[in-house]
Write a protein that binds this ligand. Structure first.
Ligand SMILES: Cc1cc2nc3c(=O)[nH]c(=O)nc-3n(C[C@H](O)[C@H](O)[C@H](O)COP(=O)(O)O)c2cc1C
Length: 328
């Protein structure tokens, strides 16, 4: 069943973000979001090559891990979960998507054709596929065949130059369930502004081809209202939000979380769940990015954050938080 077609319009997705959107963060965001405002979440991207490799699998498969707590919250709220994978060999996409369906429970598979990182581009994967549209098409076809799930693509508007119509036209030819378009080229990485007029061009092209692929716009959406406005102006079916969640974890909630106690509770929950799921597997330092997400905009936020940044393990982190809590 193609869940994408059953989503309301415009729908909202939390972007795949490496070392950010693991099961702990997704669960936490889903738990404070309104089911009317968040519809799809993605895993971090996972290498198909690593996944098919005996020893590599251990290193990469944590990216597809879904905790029982997360599963329950997503189910209760009707939020769909999509696994994102990357690579350059269609056969590996075929085989790994077969395994993913056998071993996990995802609603869809997304193919990363947007990551601009040099060492990945050198492997002819992710954004490099923009330069090899035939290979990109084979990959979409193989993933559909291997998974039987709706297959979507997340990409950019070009490699060195903008070439939205040419590139998106090639992708539309193999009928992905959805395409997320980040309005920057590979060359721009995350510099400059995303060009949403190019997103509109992709929508117009989709319409002119009578394709039923859904289009999500992505890039620089900083609050929910802005997402609604962009979707209306640039006629997208959906909006994907990445860094917007860093400034406001309640991005998809009905009201802001301004209360200091609530923010501290969120941070504690994150710390506890992170330790439950990942202690001994992932570095504590990965949590440091999140301190800024929860701890800001109140008196003493800067000094609390500085103290948290100096902690080296869960015990020290909790101690700093509890000492702070004791002062109010
Ligand atoms: C820390 C970080 C990690 C990211 N990891 C991924 C990833 O695993 N897969 C992917 O497709 N995009 C990844 N991206 C790109 C985002 O999904 C998104 O396309 C980009 O940040 C632009 O959207 P935004 O302006 O809403 O952040 C990542 C971005 C950031 C900031």
């Amino acid at each position: 069943m193609n869940f994408w077609r059953q989503l309301p319009k415009p729908f909202f997705a939390l972007a795949p973000m490496e070392d950010v959107t693991d099961t702990v963060f997704r669960e936490l965001i889903a738990s404070i979001s309104s089911p009317d405002k968040l519809h799809v979440v993605f895993t971090e991207f996972m290498s198909v090559e690593g996944f098919l490799h005996d020893r590599g699998k251990e290193k990469v498969s944590h990216r597809l891990f879904v905790s029982r707590k997360e599963r329950e919250i997503l189910k209760a709220r009707g939020i769909k979960l999509v696994a994102q994978i990357w690579g350059s060999d269609p056969e590996m996409f075929l085989n790994s998507s077969r395994l993913i369906v056998d071993q996990y429970e995802f609603d869809g598979i997304d193919i990363n054709m947007g990551c601009p990182v040099k060492k990945i581009v050198k492997k002819s994967a992710c954004s490099a596929l923009i330069k090899s549209p035939e290979l990109a098409r084979e990959i979409v076809i193989a993933t559909k065949e291997g998974s039987g799930l709706p297959v979507s693509v997340k990409t950019r508007i070009g490699f060195n130059e903008v070439e939205t119509e040419n590139w998106i036209g090639k992708l539309l030819g193999v009928n992905p369930a959805a395409i997320t378009i980040h309005g920057r080229t590979q060359k721009m990485r995350s510099k400059g502004l995303a060009d949403w007029n190019e997103v509109l061009k992709a929508v117009q092209l989709r319409d002119s081809l009578n394709s039923d692929t859904l289009i999500l716009g992505n890039g620089d959406v900083s609050n929910y209202k802005e997402g609604l406005d962009r979707s209306a102006t640039f006629r997208t079916d959906g909006i994907m939000v990445g860094r917007g969640i860093f400034g406001n974890p309640a991005f998809f909630a009905d009201s802001e979380i301004t209360d200091l106690h609530q923010r501290i509770q969120l941070l504690k929950k994150h710390l506890i769940h992170f330790a439950d799921e990942w202690e001994g597997m992932k570095s504590y330092s990965l949590l440091k990015r999140f301190f800024k997400i929860y701890i800001h905009s109140f008196q003493d936020a800067t000094s609390l954050r500085a103290r948290l940044m100096n902690t080296n393990n869960y015990h020290e982190g909790m101690q700093v938080i509890e000492e702070f809590e004791a002062t109010f």
